[in-house]
Design a protein around this ligand. Structure first.
Ligand code: SF4
Ligand code: SF4
Ligand code: SF4
Length: 158
């Protein structure tokens, strides 16, 4: 699991793996259009957008979830972010690492309690350990589950 967001930038041959703001263009088109003005960062009421090491905005879910308010896209003059209410704002979903406390026999449902979409369920398993499972279709990728996990067992991936 990747726990340091900046580390993402250097994985996979230097391809940026940072999570871009919602409604961003594809990575190639995004970096062509984004002029690194940081207007999206300064207008995010959640304070979750900040420049990556190359100056392009990325989401830092350790600061909080995205509310999909649209302020970032509305202030993106070069249209590297294009809000389209008919399409999902992004495609990443929550994933759970094996370090989840439930896998160590320590009961925890913290992530599920934070998920307004009820996308995290804890079905009983034959072995008695109740691990979190994602209802993929219901996960918006908002990141509300990310920071609350006491063992950093959650990441947001496409
Ligand atoms: S949609 Fe709103 S909360 Fe989400 S990153 Fe953009 S400005 Fe921030
Ligand atoms: S990213 Fe948001 S919607 Fe998805 S499981 Fe986490 S809290 Fe729920
Ligand atoms: S918050 Fe973390 S440790 Fe707790 S159930 Fe969710 S993934 Fe597991």
């Amino acid at each position: 699991m990747i726990t340091n967001p900046d580390r993402r930038l250097f994985l996979r041959g230097g391809r940026p793996l940072a999570i871009r703001p919602p409604w961003s263009l594809s990575e190639d088109d995004f970096v062509k259009r984004c002029n690194r003005c940081r207007d999206c960062c300064s207008h995010c009421p959640q304070g979750i957008l900040a420049p990556d090491l190359l100056g392009f905005p990325r989401v830092n879910f350790s600061k909080g979830p995205c509310t999909f308010c649209g302020a970032c896209a509305q202030h993106c003059t070069p249209q590297a972010l294009v809000m389209d209410t008919a399409a999902p704002p992004w495609l990443h979903k929550a994933v759970f690492a094996k370090t989840c406390l439930n896998g160590q026999g320590i009961p925890c449902r913290t992530c599920g309690e934070q998920c307004d979409s009820n996308a995290i369920i804890f079905p009983p398993s034959p072995g008695g350990r109740i691990l979190p499972q994602l209802v993929t279709a219901d996960c918006t990728g908002c990141g509300a589950c990310y920071a609350v996990c006491p063992v950093q067992a959650i990441d947001l991936l496409t």
